[in-house]
Design a protein around this ligand. Structure first.
Ligand SMILES: [Zn+2]
Length: 304
C-alpha cells in the first residue's frame, strides 16, 4: 500500500481526522521542488495547503473517503486536524527551540510525549487536547500552538525544502501527555481576577540557594498581586530580584523569563511587562546585593 495512504488510515483509526494536502513535486529537469498546485514555484505556501475545497473542514476518519482521495492524489501529504485527539506545540527551527529550552530549563519541564521532526527543520510536540484554539504561547518567540480549528502536517509528509516529516517518538512509543502547567499558563487567555491566575511553579533549579529563595518568594508575591497593583508589584519584585542578579546570585536570562512568564500569567500585557522589567533591570543592576557566609548558621546580608 502507498505509505502516505497507510499513514493516513493509521491516523484515522486513532480518531484523528485527515485531509489531503499539496506536495512538493520536482520541477521540469528535476533540479528543485515546487508546489504541486498550479502556482508551482510562485506558491506562497508550497506543499502546505489543502487539495480539498474546505481544507480541515473536509477532514475525515472515513477510510473509504481517504482511499478515494489518495487514489486520486497518491503523493498528497496527510494533513491532520488538531484539537480533537491531540494539540501540537509547533517549534519553528533553532530560534523556537532556544525559546522552548529556556522555558523547560527554568520551569524544570519534561516533554516526554510524541515528537515529530518536521521536514522544514522544526518540531511538533503532541499533547492531549486543551480545548484552546491556535495561538502563540505568550513570551515564547517562534513557537506556536495548534489546537481547535488548527492543523499540522504529519509523517511521512514531505516539505518543499526536500525534508521529510518523521517521528522522533511515535504514538506507539509514548502516550499523549497533558500540557505542563507552566506551558499551559502561557496559552490561557488572561486569567479572570475572580478565579485567580494559574501561576506556574518555578522550582529552584539554578543560582545560589539564597537567591533562589528570594526569587521564589518574589514570584509567589507577584502571583498573589491583585488587579490594580500588578504592575507596581512586578516593579517591586523585579527590582529586588535583579539586585541579586547584579550580586551574582541569579542568572539574568532565567530571572527575566521567570518574571515575564508569571507577569503574563497574572494578566499583565506583554508591553507593560517589557517596560516594567526594563526599568527594574536598570535600577536593580545599579544596586547589587549579595550574601556573605558568616561564621555561624545565619546569613549576613550585604548592601541592604
Ligand atoms: Zn501551492
Amino acid at each position: 500500500m502507498n505509505a502516505l495512504l497507510g499513514a493516513a488510515l493509521g491516523y484515522a483509526a486513532r480518531g484523528i481526522p485527515v485531509y489531503p494536502v499539496h506536495w512538493p513535486r520536482p520541477t521540469p529537469g528535476g533540479a528543485s521542488l515546487a508546489c504541486s498546485c498550479r502556482q508551482r514555484q510562485a506558491c506562497d505556501r508550497p506543499a502546505k495547503h489543502p487539495l480539498v475545497r474546505h481544507g480541515i473542514h473536509d477532514a475525515t476518519t472515513d477510510p473509504t473517503q481517504l482511499e478515494r482521495w489518495w487514489s486520486r492524489w497518491p503523493h498528497a501529504n496527510p494533513g491532520l486536524a488538531t484539537g480533537i485527539v491531540f494539540d501540537a506545540l509547533d517549534v519553528d527551527g533553532p530560534a523556537g527551540l532556544a525559546a522552548l529550552r529556556q522555558l523547560t530549563r527554568t520551569a524544570n519541564l519534561r516533554l516526554p510525549g510524541p515528537l515529530v521532526a518536521t521536514g522544514g527543520g522544526g518540531w511538533h510536540h503532541w499533547f492531549t487536547p486543551t480545548g484552546l484554539g491556535n495561538r502563540p504561547p505568550r513570551g515564547l518567540a517562534h513557537v506556536d500552538w495548534r489546537g481547535r480549528g488548527g492543523c499540522v502536517l504529519a509523517p511521512p509528509s514531505r516539505h518543499a525544502s526536500g525534508g521529510t516529516y518523521r517521528w522522533l517518538r511515535d504514538l506507539d512509543q509514548t502516550p499523549l501527555p497533558e500540557v505542563p502547567t507552566a506551558l499551559r499558563a502561557l496559552l490561557d487567555p488572561d486569567p479572570s481576577p475572580t478565579t485567580g491566575p494559574a501561576v506556574p511553579a518555578w522550582p529552584a533549579s539554578f543560582g545560589h540557594p539564597y537567591g533562589r529563595r528570594v526569587l521564589a518568594d518574589e514570584l509567589a508575591a507577584l502571583g498573589r498581586a491583585t488587579p490594580g497593583h500588578r504592575n507596581r508589584t512586578l516593579n517591586r519584585c523585579a527590582f529586588k530580584v535583579y539586585r541579586y542578579v547584579a550580586g551574582g546570585l541569579l542568572d539574568d536570562h532565567e530571572v527575566t523569563l521567570a518574571l515575564t512568564t508569571t507577569a503574563l500569567a497574572i494578566g499583565l500585557s506583554a508591553a507593560e511587562v517589557d517596560r516594567t522589567l526594563a526599568s527594574a533591570h536598570t535600577a536593580g543592576l545599579a544596586n547589587p546585593r549579595t550574601v556573605l557566609a558568616g561564621p555561624g548558621p545565619s546569613i549576613k546580608e550585604d548592601g541592604a
